[in-house]
Design a protein around this ligand. Structure first.
Ligand SMILES: [Zn+2]
Length: 177
């Protein structure tokens, strides 16, 4: 699990990732509030939100009202579950990779997915081939979005992870309310 210093680093990374993603998609602060997501680290995850094979898991929580009166609309929100252990393993494995730039990369990548889900540019339950193509697109957008900010050692991360295949897992969770 991230220690408290690492949590501090990651929350700074989240702020930058949110800025960069909103800028890329030209989403104003007011509109950004309609992008329904939450970012959590390992300490706050349920057992089924934890994985050993990716930097993150995006869980789509769908709330389907069991009646259709007005206001009873379908409601989705996306929980970006950061996998501290896999992120730290990458930092420890590859010395030039530092937590801050890696966290910026991972969170930006996941936010790009979330925005694309929300704008219906990507289907959450896409077939494997479509999903693979989307993954390349999202890597591409992440690289472009992060092209400008001057973050130390980010260039190394951009190079090392430009085609990385284990960024996230997607999981659906439907509940009736
Ligand atoms: Zn991805």
């Amino acid at each position: 699990m991230f220690n408290s210093a690492q949590i501090g680093v990651v929350s700074q990374a989240v702020e930058i990732a949110e800025d960069v993603t909103a800028n890329y998609f030209k989403i104003s602060t007011a509109q950004w509030k309609h992008v329904r997501y939450d970012i959590r680290t390992l300490a706050e995850l349920r057992a089924d939100e934890i994985t050993d094979s990716a930097f993150a898991q995006i869980t789509r929580y769908s709330r389907k009202p069991d009646h259709t009166f007005s206001g009873g609309r379908h409601y989705d929100y996306f929980k970006i579950c950061l996998q501290d252990h896999n992120i730290m393993a990458a930092v420890e494995r590859d010395e030039p990779v530092q937590l801050f730039p890696l966290a910026v990369y991972v969170v930006t990548h996941e936010l790009v997915h979330v925005v694309r889900f929300c704008k219906f540019l990507q289907r959450f339950d896409a077939e494997p081939l479509e999903r693979q193509q989307e993954e390349m697109r999202v890597h591409d957008i992440t690289q472009k979005a992060l092209g400008t900010p001057r973050i130390p050692h980010l260039d190394y991360v951009l190079k090392a992870y430009r085609d990385y295949q284990f960024m996230e897992q997607l999981r659906d969770h439907v509940e009736t309310v």
